[in-house]
Design a protein around this ligand. Structure first.
Ligand code: ATP
Ligand code: MG
Length: 327
């Protein structure tokens, strides 16, 4: 429903090619089960449109049609990665944080970044968003090397890739409803009632119903993070980067946020990177994991491969996790 398609043919859902299956599968009622009847259709249409766009963009990258590049040497698939770190270095003064780091995320996949405090997990996300610059190496996002990009080019990338910060990073002086409406207004093609319905419905979907008129300072950490996810979805991104989305909230909220991220991944064909300390969450979500340790990507592969790793550093990390999570 949201953007009025000038071509009436396109109103008939599946168009052609691999985007076809997305509309029905893309956004099931389950995802929008908590959305009120009044907003449900708007939200389903809005997310269905996002799912189709993402599926089409992923298919294009997978077929290598857009700007084919060699990608990192370890790449095990013929797809062009959506995101890749290729021999990336980053220091702050004498502190070498990233030292020849390589990893990639294929279109529609989820990578979990693991590692102890201070190893450069958040720095890696900030480099991907262009908030920090790498000293050396190649940073590929959406098929482009963003190193050397100017601010306006980075802003174009940030329309495709959005980040959910730990504290939400909401605009403090405007209401929750306006925070979510912001990206909807920016695109300039939606009527006011559509903006209201979609933003209200997205808030209901992430479990923050009826709080449109509150300010961010009125909300708990977990609620702010939920709002940040709703705001991210309002920009119909191709990829979302989450920095520790399930920590610093109570276990139930952590579970709800984790569940939401997992459903969004599947239904919206989102490419995601999730920084997390929560191994159970990573096991549920990750197509691949990268374990950062002392400046290097000490492990990069699937969770099964990590479990089978004989690297003592990895074994120690996994055994410590068993101590923390005895169930
Ligand atoms: N802008 C900056 N200027 C100087 N040093 C920085 C900057 N940002 C990060 N660092 C340093 O880089 C290192 C990695 O930081 P980062 O925030 O990426 O850690 P992290 O892996 O996310 O840890 P945590 O799990 O605690 O969030 C830290 O030693 C940090 O102090
Ligand atoms: Mg961090």
């Amino acid at each position: 429903m949201p953007p009025k398609d000038p071509d009436p043919e396109n109103d008939r859902q599946p168009t052609s090619g691999p985007a076809d299956s997305s509309a029905e599968e893309g956004v099931s009622e389950e995802l929008t089960a908590d959305v009120s009847a009044e907003s449900q259709e708007s939200v389903q249409d809005f997310l269905g449109e996002a799912a189709q766009q993402n599926e089409a963009a992923n298919a294009e990258l997978s077929s290598g049609e857009s700007n084919p590049s060699p990608g990192p040497a370890s790449q095990s698939d013929t797809s062009e990665p959506y995101i890749a770190f290729v021999h990336v270095y980053k220091s702050f003064g004498s502190l070498d944080v990233l030292n020849d780091v390589n990893f990639f995320v294929l279109p529609g996949e989820t990578l979990c970044i693991l590692g102890r405090s201070g190893v450069g997990k958040s720095v890696s996300l900030q480099i991907l968003m262009g908030f920090l610059r790498a000293d050396k190496g190649e940073i590929r996002v959406a098929g482009e090397n963003i190193c050397g990009f100017k601010e306006d080019q980075l802003q174009a990338i940030r329309r495709k890739v959005t980040m959910v910060f730990q504290n939400g990073a909401l605009f403090d002086s405007i209401t929750i409803g306006e925070n979510v409406a912001f990206p909807l207004r920016e695109r300039g093609d939606l009527a006011e009632d559509q903006i209201q319905q979609v933003s209200k419905g997205l808030l209901e979907m992430v479990g923050v119903a009826g709080m449109e008129d509150l300010l961010p300072s009125d909300l708990s950490t977990g609620m702010k993070r939920s709002v940040a996810i709703a705001r991210a979805l309002a920009s119909q991104p191709e990829a979302i980067l989450y920095d520790e989305p399930t920590t610093m909230v109570d276990p139930l909220m952590g579970h709800l946020l984790g569940d939401l991220i997992s459903r969004l991944k599947k239904q919206l064909h989102l490419t995601s990177i999730v920084v997390t300390h929560d191994m159970r969450f990573a096991r549920k979500l990750a197509d691949r994991v990268v374990f950062l340790h002392q400046g290097e990507a000490r492990f990069f592969g699937t969770m099964e491969e990590m479990d089978a790793s004989e690297d003592p550093v990895i074994r120690e990390f996994l055994s410590l996790d068993e101590l923390v999570l005895p169930v």
